[in-house]
Design a protein around this ligand. Structure first.
Ligand code: FAD
Length: 335
């Protein structure tokens, strides 16, 4: 493989129902940083149906080029068909780097594409940089239960590829005057490329605000002692509602069956980056912190003044969450 033939840092732009997901912009911000580091350009690959109008938004957020596969057959995500499109893109354009969001779709698509292209993939990265050689990407991710950070490189294969956790990196500011190239591509697909058939989309987690997109998260831990505080009429849900936010949870609360795993924050849950994170009766284990320390402001409520969560919070309240949370809700309602 002649490595010099491979150029460009490319992000897979993920969209759902005609709206680009935040992670696509976060990847572009990181892609731009890496591209500057290796003296290259950054581009996006956009796949779907009726998605071409989204290309300008990607350009405004830093893409020099957007390759668009706009085809009715690609209206719904399909593992084998989307993989085929990305492999074709790789053979035609020869990108140096592929960044994929560590979303449900990205975690499905990334390894399959990497395997087809016989390259490596670093999963669930939380840090990206360029090695001293000026061309190798250094992928950083938590390892050994979150106790160490591993730095992984894939210097001899192309593309250098990884999935990147949503909400770890800030979305870059949009520049509506930015210009770039939109390149329309043909999706070369036959029936054999669709090994599964889309039947129906069933939305999980109700209509409420999702934690990965929420500006405010009120999260509860083992100290909440049951499911009631997390659901309608419960003290966590009520506080989240008055703040227009979402309810999150530690793994202990999820494992106890008090709330669905879609709400779990942390290393094996979701990484969140809200403006305000209120941790109620959560001790602050390293695996929980891995998912929420990117929040702009953290308030911790815990009855143990030595709880580790107090080391990372901006404001700490030593007290019983069952007393403090309703008082907070009442004060906000009265304000
Ligand atoms: P605890 O650690 O039991 O803490 C409960 C806290 O509540 C205590 O600090 C206590 O003082 C306080 N409290 C009790 N009652 C009250 C009250 N009435 N008012 C105020 N405070 C009160 N954890 C995650 O959260 N997310 C993950 O993604 C995750 N991934 C993991 C991955 C691996 C590989 C491993 C090994 C572990 C992972 N964990 C994860 C588990 C993690 O190590 C902790 O066990 C977990 O976060 C503890 O949850 P907790 O803080 O709710 O419970």
């Amino acid at each position: 493989m002649d490595l010099a033939e491979y150029k460009g840092v490319y992000v897979i732009a993920e969209q759902f129902e005609g709206k680009l997901r935040n992670v696509s912009f976060e990847l572009l911000g990181q892609g731009r940083k890496l591209a500057d580091g290796i003296g290259d350009e950054v581009g996006a690959v956009l796949i779907g149906y009726n998605v071409k109008p989204l290309a300008q938004e990607l350009i405004a957020h830093g893409a020099h080029k957007v390759y668009v596969y706009d085809d009715e057959k690609l209206a719904n995500y399909n593992t084998t068909a989307y993989s085929k499109v990305l492999c074709d893109f790789f053979h035609e354009v020869k990108p140096n780097v592929f960044l994929v969001g560590a979303t449900n779709i990205g975690r499905d698509l990334g390894p399959r594409v990497a395997n087809s292209l016989k390259t490596g993939l670093t999963a669930d990265c939380t840090g990206l940089s360029v090695d001293e050689d000026g061309k190798t990407i250094v992928w950083t991710r938590p390892a050994l239960g979150g106790n160490i950070m591993a730095e992984i490189i894939c210097p001899d294969n192309r593309p250098q590829m990884g999935t990147v956790r949503p909400n770890v990196f800030k979305k870059p500011e949009a520049d509506p005057s930015a210009t770039g190239e939109v390149i329309e591509m043909e999706a070369k697909l036959s029936d054999a490329d669709f090994m599964t058939k889309f039947v129906e989309l069933i939305k999980m987690g109700g209509e409420g605000v999702k934690i990965e997109e929420a500006d405010v998260i009120v999260a509860g831990g083992r100290g909440m002692n049951g499911a009631e505080p997390f659901v309608g009429g419960g003290i966590l849900k009520e506080l989240a509602d008055v703040l227009g936010g979402a309810v999150g949870a530690s793994r202990a609360a999820v494992d106890a069956g008090w709330i669905d795993a879609l709400h779990q924050v942390g290393q094996t849950g979701k990484t969140v980056g809200p403006k305000l994170y209120i941790a109620c009766a959560i001790s602050g284990a390293i695996q929980h912190l891995a998912g929420m320390t990117g929040s702009d402001c953290i308030i911790a409520i815990n009855k143990d003044e030595d709880a580790p969560i107090f080391k990372v919070c901006d404001y700490g309240i030593v007290g019983d969450a069952f007393e403090v949370v309703p008082k907070l809700t009442a004060a906000i309602k009265a304000a």
